[in-house]
Ligand binder design. Structure first.
Ligand SMILES: Cc1cc2nc3c(=O)[nH]c(=O)nc-3n(C[C@H](O)[C@H](O)[C@H](O)COP(=O)(O)OP(=O)(O)OC[C@H]3O[C@@H](n4cnc5c(N)ncnc54)[C@H](O)[C@@H]3O)c2cc1C
Length: 481
């Protein structure tokens, strides 16, 4: 909680930085005062554009951030703060007092203040930047309901982001009143250059770096119905170690930077640096796995994520839905290697037994001091000995009261990974069961999630609070100007 507040305050500070520098430079004597509403409009524009630039870093692509905050939280912040930016930038032009001017020829002095005189490109680039931003956010919201291939959408998203960056910077520097102050202009150049570098890092530098450090497929075989076990080995010693619970972006044999997919490790590095993944056929890339062979090249970008063992938990209950079992396989193998003595329970739900992986063979979990797996399937075959049903509210209740889980359910830390509806159901049921939010840790396999769980709703509340606080801080800064 403390750490989350620290990151939220850092974000708020960065969001307000251009406004603060602008107010400070104005007080230092750079600009004459103008109506409060004009400065409010400018402040909204500055904060909105700053939120756009900060979004370039909330991608889950930078190990430094993703291993501390979790890629799913970063991506949720990316999606939510993009909405804040759009709202601020849409409102930004309408507060200028110019609109209150009596009908007739535009007041020349106000127009000069706004820098929208004839021949000035600032207004045009501002409108184009806003259009590109709206297209960017609209296509991101619409994509999950469309047939558009994910890699193509990512390319479009990056192209629109580049357009917003370039056009927005031009508009800010040409039309922005505060950007006429050298300190503010310098700050915008620095922020835009940093955002551009982050885009280049993700789409050019990092892929090239990975291309000269490829991995090779050493094992590729079916692990269950429509699930593959992929093992890869590095051709050069990796610079950073992967830990159980983390994930990597992988590209199978090609160099298209915008076309990689995230997969959790089902086994972190052994002494040879080998990595294993359990991959479910879900679409284009995962459906093409069968066409690959041992020896083929794989590019592995990681480690990312922070779905790690909770160090202080007295007991752990894992809730896995379908292929969401993958990170738990790595965590269990890691617990075996460390000789973790704590009670560990795995609730493993899937549609049918045929889709379940050989947990024992892949993790060696039976060697743990105190471990039990509670399997549950939706469509039990005759002779099935586990629970039947799905992990909805009733299913979670049945699992939590199961004799193997019940003694630990209340004091354990609960780790959740699976399809979004299952995660929402499990998290809601856990909260209803009296498990405090800080003892529920989750890993999301989809970034376009609209989770309804208490934790997702708490994140949304924090976003509203942060957006409202930024507006309040803007009002205070303007009062101080
Ligand atoms: C942190 C994380 C860990 C994951 N771990 C595993 C795992 O261990 N095993 C497993 O089978 N699956 C895992 N997934 C899901 C996996 O990434 C997708 O199933 C896979 O990318 C689908 O690719 P596709 O081309 O086959 O399908 P597509 O038809 O192209 O995509 C199907 C859906 O998968 C998602 N997706 C596709 N490409 C990407 C991408 N580049 N980035 C993010 N989402 C994408 C999108 O929501 C898309 O709508 C994980 C996802 C995340 C975010």
């Amino acid at each position: 909680m403390k750490r989350a507040t620290g990151w939220a305050l850092l974000y708020l500070g960065l969001l307000l930085l251009p406004v603060a520098v602008g107010m400070w430079a104005q007080r230092a004597g750079g600009l004459e005062h103008r109506p409060w509403l004009d400065d409010w409009a400018a402040g909204l524009g500055m904060m909105g554009f700053c939120a756009v630039l900060l979004s370039f870093f909330l991608l889950g692509r930078f190990s430094l951030l993703s291993t501390r905050l979790g890629s799913d939280r970063l991506m949720l912040a990316h999606q939510l703060f993009a909405r804040t930016a759009v709202a601020m930038l849409l409102l930004h032009p309408f507060f200028y007092t110019l609109w209150d001017a009596p009908p007739g020829p535009v007041d020349a002095s106000a127009a000069r203040a706004l820098r929208i005189g004839a021949g000035d490109w600032g207004l045009a680039t501002g409108l184009l930047a806003l259009g590109a931003l709206l297209a960017l956010v609209a296509t991101a919201i619409w994509r999950p309901r469309s047939d558009m291939a994910y890699p193509r959408w990512r390319l479009l998203h990056a192209a629109l982001a580049l357009a917003v960056l370039g056009l927005g910077l031009h508009h800010t520097l040409v039309s922005g009143r505060y950007a006429q102050l050298p300190a503010v202009a310098l700050l915008w150049w620095l922020l835009a250059a940093a955002a551009l570098c982050s885009l280049l890092w993700v789409h050019a530098v990092r892929p090239l770096w990975l291309a000269v450090r490829p991995y090779r497929i050493t094992r590729l075989e079916p692990a269950a119905e429509r699930i593959w076990l992929l093992e890869v080995s590095p051709t050069r010693r990796p610079r950073r170690a992967f830990r159980a619970g983390q994930f990597a972006w992988i590209r199978l044999g090609h160099l298209r930077a915008y076309d990689d997919n995230p997969f959790s490790l089902s086994r972190a590095n052994d002494v040879q640096g080998r990595l294993q993944f359990l991959i479910k056929e879900a679409g284009d890339m995962t459906g093409s796995l069968s066409q690959h062979r041992p020896g083929d090249t794989v590019h592995v970008d990681g480690p990312h994520g922070q779905f790690a063992w909770p160090p202080d938990a007295p007991a752990i209950v894992m809730h896995a839905g379908g292929i969401g079992v993958a990170p738990f396989v790595a965590l269990l193998a890691d617990a075996v290697a460390r000789g973790d003595p704590r009670p560990i329970r795995l609730i493993y739900a899937d549609r049918s037994a045929a889709q379940m992986i050989d947990l024992e063979g892949l993790s060696g979990a039976s060697a743990l001091a105190d471990f039990a797996c509670v399997p549950m399937v939706e469509r039990p075959a005759p002779g099935w000995q586990g629970l039947s049903g799905r992990l909805d509210a009733a299913g979670v209740q049945a699992c939590l009261t199961h004799t193997a889980v019940a003694p630990w359910a209340a004091q354990a830390t609960h780790m959740v990974c699976g399809p979004e509806p299952m995660m929402d159901a499990v998290e809601s049921a856990l909260v209803a069961h009296g498990v405090p939010g800080e003892r529920i840790v989750s890993e999301h396999f989809r970034y376009d999630f609209a989770g309804r769980s208490p934790r997702s709703l708490a994140i949304r509340r924090a976003w509203w609070a942060l957006s409202a606080t930024s507006l309040l801080a803007l009002a205070l800064a303007l009062a101080w100007r």
